[in-house]
Design a protein around this ligand. Structure first.
Ligand code: C2E
Ligand code: MG
Ligand code: MG
Ligand code: MG
Length: 287
């Protein structure tokens, strides 16, 4: 009976599409509820300096502990939050949470993923400024990670916002570099500080003959443009060795550390001996 009604209400949509729409709508309601109920939390994945072998910064990654379903991947709920107008609320909360957490750690930076949808709103600048002020975090300790999708939509507005963010003093990283369109054009036309090499390329270092050459090309591009380069998804010693020899400035991946609760970061910093000299070492400057 319910099914009949469902099909009817979407008219010409196939049952599969109707079901998907219903599921998305249900998930959107659930996200709203989960936000109010405090079911979301943030984990932090360390990013290591390959030369100093210290933790320079951590990447904030949002998590959802659903009361019935358990952990749901951000790869599932972020796109729904984006489509349903909830990414602003969720993303703002992640920013404030990550800034507050970072302010309590000695010297290291924190990097926060910002959705292209958040970039459609000029209010983002205020959200970032307020998160920094509320946490008492120095702006240079915050890095905003964006994907090139942001730049495709409306380059003029993106430039305004990126310049605004630079004006606040935060660092900018291009995430998942190489997976979208025209990365190269965007790289030198926008004020990025960091390129994050997507983990597909890192995996290819060992899986394909030409894989390492591609990574080396990105690294030399980074050097030429004065950008710091972080390799994502480092899972093997072989990958780490190649990236170190090829002078990739920073590495991040399960081999070194998985995303972890904020409480574990302070302990790890004390144990691994983070930045020997506080603030200085939060900068990802190239050699
Ligand atoms: P991303 O920003 O590229 O984040 C890196 C993802 O790779 C994370 O997945 C991380 O857990 C995973 N990862 C790290 N090291 C390894 C490794 O060695 N091997 C493998 N296989 N994976 C590794 P996660 O946490 O599931 O996040 C997936 C994506 O969801 C992120 O990709 C990002 O695009 C998005 N995301 C996560 N948190 C947020 C957020 O707060 N806001 C927004 N807008 N997007 C977020
Ligand atoms: Mg990221
Ligand atoms: Mg990435
Ligand atoms: Mg990604």
């Amino acid at each position: 009976r319910v099914k009949q009604h469902r099909r009817g209400s979407y008219g010409f949509f196939s049952p599969e599409i109707s079901d998907q729409l219903m599921a998305q709508r249900a998930l959107a309601d659930d996200i709203r509820r989960g936000l109010a109920a405090g079911e979301f939390f943030v984990e932090y994945q360390p990013r290591f300096d390959t030369r100093e072998r210290t933790i320079r910064s951590v990447e904030a990654l949002v998590r959802w502990s659903h009361p019935q379903r358990g952990r749901i991947s951000p790869a599932e709920f972020i796109p729904v939050a984006e489509r349903c107008g909830l990414i602003g609320a969720l993303g703002g909360w992640v920013l404030r949470t990550a800034c507050a957490a970072a302010a309590a750690w000695p010297g290291i930076g924190v990097s926060v993923n910002v959705s292209p949808i958040q970039f459609r709103d000029d209010g983002l600048l205020g959200v970032v400024a307020e998160a920094l002020a509320a946490a008492g975090l120095a702006p240079e300790r915050l890095e905003i990670e964006i994907t090139e999708g942001v730049l495709l939509e409306d380059a003029e507005r993106a430039r305004r916002l990126l310049d605004g963010l630079k004006g606040l003093g935060v660092r900018l990283a291009m995430d998942d570099f190489g997976t979208g369109y025209s990365s190269l054009i965007y790289l030198h036309n926008f004020p990025f500080d960091v390129i994050k090499i997507d983990r597909q390329f890192v995996a290819d270092i060992e899986h394909r003959q030409s894989g390492r050459a591609v990574v080396q090309a990105i690294l030399s591009l980074g050097r030429a443009l004065g950008l710091s380069v972080t390799a994502e998804g480092v899972e093997t010693i072989g990958q780490l060795a190649a990236l170190t020899i090829d002078q990739c400035s920073e590495v991040q991946g399960f081999l070194l550390a998985k995303p972890m609760p904020g409480g574990h970061i302070a302990a790890l910093l004390a144990q691994a001996g983070a930045a020997p000299d506080g603030g200085e070492a939060t900068r990802g400057d190239e050699p």
